[in-house]
Design a binder for this molecule. Structure first.
Ligand code: UDP
Ligand code: MG
Length: 342
């Protein structure tokens, strides 16, 4: 393992250096072969580096596992890590990073939206001494206007709420040095927002612009419901400002209520005792609304505390191609047995 960030970079670094490519996979059967071919071509083109490609099957319901198992048979650089069920994109990435053995670890989606050719540029930057090289989406082809627009709003809200510098329009497509990976592995929080955690770690980080392409096959696994969940994870993991906003809203409504109470008292002394029901209704609904919003915000945080305190493992591995007893036998269920990881 070579420690990055010192002066020992340069040509001698390439010998015996391992680059791990981590690929989360959920129902990607039609694109996997093409993904492998393109990625392999890029990796073979980089002389002097060894590589491994780790496919993390996140509980796919199609034949993705079979396709990957075939790749494992054909190429000893390919590894399969099959999770016991669908744990979600961020956890799948985490599982892959935990399993990676490389001096540098690249995370890339399986759908070819992130072009594997960019990995070469990532590696160049890493060899210049950067610990994290992340891809910045210059354009996003083939995504709906609504998705691009909501994503853009989300990144900007996140930026305004979080004191940490989480770059805008950046996904999980990135390269991390071994020391960053080790620090990331030490972070066991559950509702994970991996790109935020990596920003938090620090060291020398740099962004590279790239064109985000159309999905090669299949469709997005991020419906709006999941996107909202993900956005909330990002915000609540890195900011307390929503809680503070609840307090501010509380103060504000109390102030308005107090002013109105004064006006009611004055009116009573002046003899106007009967007020219309409209004012009461408006006040009641307004206060009720504010209280529910504040409760909801509290609930988001309490829910996350609840998740953390349960202390369950982040994911469970069904089988891993590199463990000897299972080697090349996937996906036959006769192999049985499961190993849990925490
Ligand atoms: N993915 C996963 N688990 C999930 C959802 C997605 O491992 O529960 C994988 C998916 O196979 C893909 C990557 O995560 O390789 C990104 O997902 P997707 O392309 O659907 O997201 P989008 O690019 O539309 O935001
Ligand atoms: Mg995608």
């Amino acid at each position: 393992m070579v420690e990055r960030g010192d002066k020992s970079k340069g040509s001698e670094l390439a010998i015996g250096v391992l680059v791990s490519v981590v690929v989360p996979v959920y129902n990607e059967q039609d694109g996997l072969r093409e993904f492998y071919d393109r990625t392999k071509r890029v990796l073979l083109g980089m002389a002097g580096f060894e590589h491994e490609i780790i496919f993390v099957d996140d509980g796919s319901r199609d034949v993705s596992v079979e396709v990957i198992a075939q790749l494992v048979r054909e190429d000893e650089c390919v590894r399969l890590l099959k999770l016991s069920r669908n744990f979600g994109h961020q956890i799948a990435i985490t599982a892959g990073i935990d399993a990676a053995r490389g001096d540098a670890v690249v995370v890339i989606d399986a759908d070819l939206q992130d072009p594997p050719e960019v990995i070469e540029r990532f590696i160049e930057k890493w060899r210049e001494g950067f610990d994290v090289v992340y891809g910045m989406r210059e354009t996003r082809d083939g995504e709906t206007v609504l998705k691009v627009w909501t994503a853009s709003i989300f990144y900007r809200i996140l930026k305004s709420l979080v004191s940490l510098d989480i770059p805008v329009d950046v996904g999980d497509f990135r390269l991390m040095s071994r020391r960053v990976v080790e620090h990331l592995k030490a972070m066991q929080e559950r509702d994970r927002f991996v790109r935020g955690l990596v920003s938090w770690i620090g060291f020398r980080q740099i962004g590279l612009l790239y064109r985000r392409e159309k999905r090669y096959a299949g469709e997005t696994k991020y419906p709006y419901r999941k996107m909202i969940r993900f956005a909330l994870d990002g915000i609540t993991s890195f900011s307390n400002i929503p809680l503070k906003m609840a307090t501010i809203m509380g103060y504000f409504t109390s102030l308005v209520a107090f002013a109105y109470a004064c006006s009611v008292i004055v009116q009573k002394f002046m003899g106007y005792t009967v007020q219309g029901w409209a004012t009461i209704m408006v006040g009641l609904l307004f206060l009720g609304g504010v209280q529910l919003i504040c409760l909801g915000i509290l609930g988001e945080y309490v829910g996350r505390i609840f998740n953390e305190t349960k202390g369950r493992p982040l994911y469970i591995v069904d089988y891993e191609s590199s463990t000897e007893r299972l080697r090349y036998e996937v996906p036959g269920h006769s192999v049985g047995g499961s190993s849990s990881k925490d």
